[in-house]
Design a protein around this ligand. Structure first.
Ligand code: HEC
Length: 190
């Protein structure tokens, strides 16, 4: 380093010192736009929502196969323990774990049990769509505690003639291939 360049270097250092002390005096929030806003929302990304959808589809496959299997192998008369009753009980129990909330619903307007109907805004809207022929409806919702969950509903058609054994009014729906029920899911998006 030559003697002539030393003052220039000194000036540069001074300038850097001046600018950095000036920046340090400015609150961080003013330097970074948006930094003074509340902490970022933990809104799930698309991949997480897709994982939740896949979980619903896998559960749906298991539950529907169970209903058909029980009806096929164990239900022969109106007095037998219905797959619908078994599933309602199963759904109540698995919902207690908190990992999933599942309900079996009627979409015909004539439920066997008055409790098996759409209860909140999501379910009421989704039931209309299931009645119209939809097979899968979902919505991402933010819970009061800030966590996000997937609300989903899948269709239940009259899968076999035996269903009419107890639900007389399914006969017409069966001919037309219409949905008579739905399964309503709520699972956490992680
Ligand atoms: C042995 C009689 C019986 C048969 C057969 C039967 N169900 Fe049910 N189903 C019931 C009863 C009883 C309930 C009410 C269960 C409860 O809430 O505890 C029910 C409830 C339901 C519900 C919920 C809405 C409502 O009406 O309360 C759906 C949807 C349903 N069944 C669909 C089916 C399908 C699809 C089949 C054929 C695979 C079928 N059921 C076969 C007796 C039967």
């Amino acid at each position: 380093m030559t003697l002539r360049s030393t003052p220039i270097l000194g000036l540069c250092l001074l300038a850097i010192l001046f600018v950095s002390s000036y920046l340090a005096a400015i609150p961080v929030s003013a330097q970074k736009p948006g930094a003074d806003k509340p902490a970022a929302d933990n809104k799930p990304d698309d991949a997480a929502v897709e994982r939740a959808r896949k979980t619903v589809r896998i559960l749906d496959e298991v539950y529907k196969n169970a209903v058909v299997l029980i009806t096929d192998k164990y239900v022969n008369t109106e007095d037998d323990f219905a797959a619908g009753s078994a599933v309602v009980l199963l759904f109540e129990n698995v919902s207690k774990t908190g990992n999933q909330h599942v309900r079996l619903l009627d979409v015909t307007g004539e439920p066997y049990e008055p409790d098996n109907v759409a209860k909140d805004a999501f379910e009421k809207e989704a039931v209309k769509k299931i009645k119209g022929g939809a097979t899968f409806i979902d919505e991402v919702v933010k819970k009061d505690n800030g966590q996000y969950e997937l609300r989903a509903m899948t269709n239940v058609p009259v899968v076999m003639k035996k269903c009419i054994l107890c639900h007389d009014h399914y006969a017409d729906a069966e001919k037309k291939g219409q949905n008579i029920g739905a399964i309503s899911y709520r699972i956490l998006i992680e």
